[in-house]
Design a protein. Sequence first.
Length: 244
Amino acid sequence: MQQRPAAFVGRPYYRQAWSDLLYSIQCGRNAFRHAHGKGVWEYRAEHPEESGIFDLAMAANSRGVAAAILAAYDFSRFPVIMDVGGGQGALLAEILAANPRSRGILFDQPHVVAAAGRVMAEKGVAERCDIVGGDFLAALPSAADALLLKWILHDWDDETNISILKNCRKAMRADGKLLVFEAVLAPPNQGATAKFADLNMLVAPGGEERTAEEFRSLLAKGGFEVADIIEAGPRISVIEARPV
C-alpha cells in the first residue's frame, strides 16, 4: 500500500509545489497556487489522471490508520455512520466490517465515489452502505447518527471549514456525534510528524494542522462542542464533538 502514497507525492506537479517551499516560508501563502496559478483541487479537477492517483493514495492512507482508529474508538453505538469526504470508502468499509449492526453512508464528489462499490464489496459491506455523490460545501444527506471527517479540516481555511461544519450540523440528528480524525499539534519541540504535516498543508492544499484549542474554537464556530480528544497514534487523533 505504501507505494501508492509514494507515487502520489512523487508526481512532478506535486514536487514542483515543494520546490516553492521557500515562498511559503517567507510569506505564509500557498506554494501550490504560486507554482501552478491555481489551487490543488482545481488542478486535480482539470487533470483526472492526477486525481485518480491522489484518490488511491488517500485510500491507502486510510487503511493505514483504520486499525488505530478502531482500537481507539467504539463505533458500535451508531446505527448510521456517514463518512463525509470519505473518498473511495476505505475507512468506512473497515468500520462497517467491524460493526455489523451499523449502516453507512459514503459521501464525496461523484467522480471520487465512482469506485467505492468495489471497495465495499471487497469488505463484504456493500449491502449496508449507501454511496452518495455530492459537494460537502453545498449540502449533505441527512439523518446520520455519527458524521466522520477524516483529514478534511486540515485541507481548508477556517472560513471554509465553518461552512463544512455547519452543513454537518444540519445533517446530524440532535443526539448525534461528529468525529473529526486529524493530527493535533503538540507544544514546541514535540510531535514532529504533525508539524511536518502542517508544512505540507501550507505547501499543497493551503490548509493547516491545528492545536487542540484551535480545534475547539473552530468547532464552536461551526455549532459543536468538543467532548473528548483521543490520541490514536502520531498521525491521527479522534476529536469527538456534539452539536450545540
